[in-house]
Design a protein around this ligand. Structure first.
Ligand code: FMN
Length: 347
């Protein structure tokens, strides 16, 4: 009989975040109304280090009758490397939500939202937790006890003043595997500029990896911010809407380059197709509505197409509007699912 000998056992495999951070690249930000499965798929194919779901209410998951079919949490077929973000402030609900999210959504890690400035959802979660960080530490402790996956937190600098170093140190003591910092206070919402000096102070004050978030619109800025602030990686939100190629540039060490209009138009069409497939609506009548704000972002230099792109109802509409740019073989799926490259093994 072979008896496990802990003294000679191989060192524990690194957790998900540590394994991914061994690669170059940037992270797709959680964005309610944007970072759904189709957007995450396009980002992952372009080499995003990992992606984060839109925030999901812990209360909704546990009490609301939401199931594994919940579109906010459901992965696309074959999805890997996606953290699920939970929103909440009640200990038992969050613990239960972690267990459900893990069982239903196959996440690679679980993240706690400590940055949402407009809690629409009942409870004092999101950025409210920055006013009572002791509560957040307890929540994270409980979340960690509910799963063997990495658990992380995404914060803003503070509620109305910068408390980020204190909060990050408390989160580290609570056992998080990673902290993401959006360099604004909650009061600032999205105004002003993200304070990367403050993000740098957080990165210098804890041992767990810190990911920086705020106002990254190009690969060049991403590299500069990462270098100057000492963060383990940067996260990109608004700058990746209609621009998944920003992840490819950062994964492969390339300069910023706009793909041709044809590639951008084909990707916009593919986004519409993925959307229709994921939400399982062949007509696209309902599901293309949220994409109307996104499609023009693929083609900022074609303003004359924007009005029509914001009125599309079906995939055929998207194809018709984009037809001058699509060229032959428009509906072919690009044969570069680079996601497999990033399918590093993790526990
Ligand atoms: C439309 C929108 C929705 C967002 N939703 C979330 C969310 O669900 N969870 C979260 O932690 N942050 C959310 N954020 C914040 C982003 O993750 C990110 O930290 C912030 O936008 C700054 O990064 P950026 O300048 O690259 O967009 C959202 C931001 C936007 C613009």
């Amino acid at each position: 009989m072979i008896v496990a000998d802990s003294s000679s056992a191989a060192p524990a495999a690194p957790g998900f975040y540590a394994a991914r951070l061994a690669h170059p690249g940037a992270v797709l930000a959680p964005m309610a109304g944007y970072s759904d499965a189709p957007m995450r798929q396009l980002a992952a194919e372009q080499g995003a280090l990992w992606t984060v779901s839109e925030m999901i209410s812990a209360r909704g998951l546990v009490m609301g009758g939401d199931t594994e079919k919940l579109n906010l949490g459901r992965p696309y077929a074959g999805e890997q490397g996606r953290a699920v973000q939970l929103f909440g402030a009640e200990l038992e609900l969050l613990s239960e939500a972690v267990a459900r999210a893990e069982a239903w959504f196959a996440p690679a890690a679980i993240d706690l939202n400590m940055g949402c400035p407009v809690p629409k959802i009942r409870g004092r979660g999101g950025a409210c937790l920055l006013q009572t960080p002791e509560v957040a530490y307890e929540l994270l402790h409980a979340m960690r006890a509910a799963t063997a996956l990495d658990v992380s937190a995404k914060i803003r600098l503070g509620w109305d003043t910068d408390r980020s170093v204190e909060v990050a140190q408390g989160l580290q003591a609570a056992g998080v595997s990673l902290i993401t910092v959006h360099g604004r206070t909650s009061r600032q919402r999205y105004t002003g500029e993200a304070d990367w000096d403050a993000i740098a102070r957080v990165a210098a004050s804890v041992n767990v990896p810190v990911v920086g978030s705020g106002d990254i619109l190009s690969a060049e800025t991403a590299r500069q911010r990462q270098r100057e602030s000492g963060v383990a990686a940067v996260m990109i939100g608004r700058g990746s809407v209609g621009n998944p190629w920003i992840f490819r540039a950062l994964a492969d060490g390339l300069e910023d380059a706009q793909p041709s209009a044809q590639v951008r138009a084909r990707t916009a069409l593919r986004h519409a197709e993925l959307q229709t497939r994921f939400y399982d609506d062949d007509t696209g009548r309902l599901t293309l509505r949220p994409l109307r704000k996104v499609l023009p972002r693929y083609l900022p230099d074609y303003p004359d197409l924007h009005a029509e792109l914001t009125q599309v109802v079906t995939v055929a509409d998207v194809e018709r509007v984009l037809s001058p740019l699509l060229g032959d073989g428009a509906t072919q799926t690009p044969a570069t699912p680079a996601a497999a490259e990033y399918a590093v093994s993790y526990p």
